[in-house]
Write a protein that binds this ligand. Structure first.
Ligand SMILES: NC(=O)C1=CN([C@@H]2O[C@H](COP(=O)(O)OP(=O)(O)OC[C@H]3O[C@@H](n4cnc5c(N)ncnc54)[C@H](OP(=O)(O)O)[C@@H]3O)[C@@H](O)[C@H]2O)C=CC1
Ligand SMILES: Cc1cn([C@H]2C[C@H](O)[C@@H](COP(=O)(O)OP(=O)(O)O[C@H]3O[C@@H](C)C(=O)[C@@H](O)[C@H]3O)O2)c(=O)[nH]c1=O
Ligand SMILES: [Mg+2]
Length: 312
């Protein structure tokens, strides 16, 4: 008799976290199956209901969202449709099917005005349409489905999708100088690490050793966007490439449509205590991501390596 392999529905396919979930190490008994927006439109409640009822899923992970923070200020309806009404419909469908839901949320639900790191039960007070729409999604999931894990994370980066690392590589190649805000603090977090944490949570939940509720997960250590950019370009320089000059600036000198939290640092002790999940430092995760985004260090200078790589 072969052991049963149960599918896990991943909502989202090409996004940073969805991509990471698809390439994560899953236990033998679970297999991720993604639905991108073309296969499952999260803003269509009937489609959501049908997708959740379609297969004998073990669980559902919502990795889909409206994530364009500045654009959301002028597209509130679209942001709320995806970030509030989508999770609400998913939670209702999961309740009807008796399935647990893991829902990803964000540091931008907080106002950023705390001295220490944000704990799960701190009051939310979003300062942007994106943050408010994500906060409303959290409220819907909590009110609808007791079997939920809301996993709040922050400053996500990956070799896929849109993120600050890829933005820096692109604009850094185009300009001599970059001006980067130095007074917003947070913890950059690799999508792959969020995926690994999600798999651990699911494994524990499905074997009856998990706990529902809201958890924070971010890579360890904190920095500013400027500090993050510095680390990115140190890695770029170490790989023999030209880098721009970086100038730290205050938020007021970089006006954007959406306000962002000044302090986005998440306290991740609860997920460590409950699930034994201890995140690695963000700089280590960054280095891994840059390994896949950039050529190997010194490859250009080393004839031996050039030869083994052949003509390029
Ligand atoms: N990016 C960040 O810095 C942070 C993100 N988060 C949260 O993490 C989660 C994942 O974010 P991230 O991976 O960066 O997101 P991305 O912006 O990389 O991807 C968005 C995902 O949403 C899906 N999607 C968009 N519209 C629809 C739709 N109508 N129906 C179904 N799916 C749709 C996309 O589907 P498709 O695959 O078809 O393109 C894609 O998979 C989100 O909940 C986000 O709020 C939290 C903190 C920081
Ligand atoms: C490109 C650029 C940005 N910045 C600033 C603007 C902003 O304050 C900060 C980050 O800009 P971004 O637009 O890349 O980041 P942003 O889209 O705000 O990132 C957020 O995305 C959502 C989805 C989340 O949930 C958050 O956790 C967070 O990761 O850097 C500069 O100062 N100089 C620059 O050249
Ligand atoms: Mg952005």
């Amino acid at each position: 008799m072969t052991a049963e392999v149960r599918p896990v529905l991943i909502v989202g396919r090409s996004g940073q976290v969805a991509t990471a979930l698809l390439r994560a190490a899953w236990p033998a008994g679970l297999r991720p199956e993604a639905r991108g927006r073309m296969e499952l439109d999260l803003t269509d409640p009937a489609a959501v209901q049908a997708a959740v009822a379609e297969r004998p899923w073990a669980a559902v992970v919502n990795a889909a969202a409206y994530t364009a923070v500045d654009q959301a200020e002028s597209e509130a309806e679209a942001a709320y449709a995806l970030n509030r009404d989508g999770p609400a419909a998913l939670a209702r469908a999961c309740r009807a099917a008796g399935l647990p839901l893991i829902h990803i949320s964000t540091d931008y639900v907080f106002d950023g005005q705390k001295d220490g790191a944000w704990q799960e039960d701190d009051p939310i007070n979003p300062q942007s349409v994106y943050g408010a729409s994500k906060a409303a999604g959290e409220v819907e999931v909590r009110a609808t489905l007791p079997q939920h894990v809301i996993l709040r994370t922050a400053w996500v980066f990956s070799d896929s999708g849109h993120n600050f690392v890829k933005t820096m590589l692109r604009v850094g190649a185009e300009r001599d100088e970059l001006r980067i805000v130095d007074d917003q603090r947070g913890s950059p977090t690799a999508a792959d690490d969020i995926a690994a944490a999600t798999v651990t949570i699911l494994e524990r939940l499905l074997s009856g050793r998990g706990a529902y509720g809201t958890f924070h997960f971010a890579n360890s250590g904190t920095t500013s966007w400027y500090g993050f950019a510095q680390a990115i370009f140190e890695e770029v320089a170490a790989r023999g490439q030209n880098v721009p000059r970086l100038t730290p600036i205050p938020t007021r000198d970089y006006p954007t449509p959406a306000a962002r939290p000044m302090n986005s640092v998440l306290d991740c002790r609860r997920i460590a205590q409950t699930y034994g999940i201890t995140p690695r430092p963000w700089a280590a995760a960054l280095s891994d991501t840059l390994d896949s985004l950039l050529p190997e260090p010194a490859a250009a200078q080393s004839p031996a390596i050039q030869t083994t790589k052949g003509a390029r």
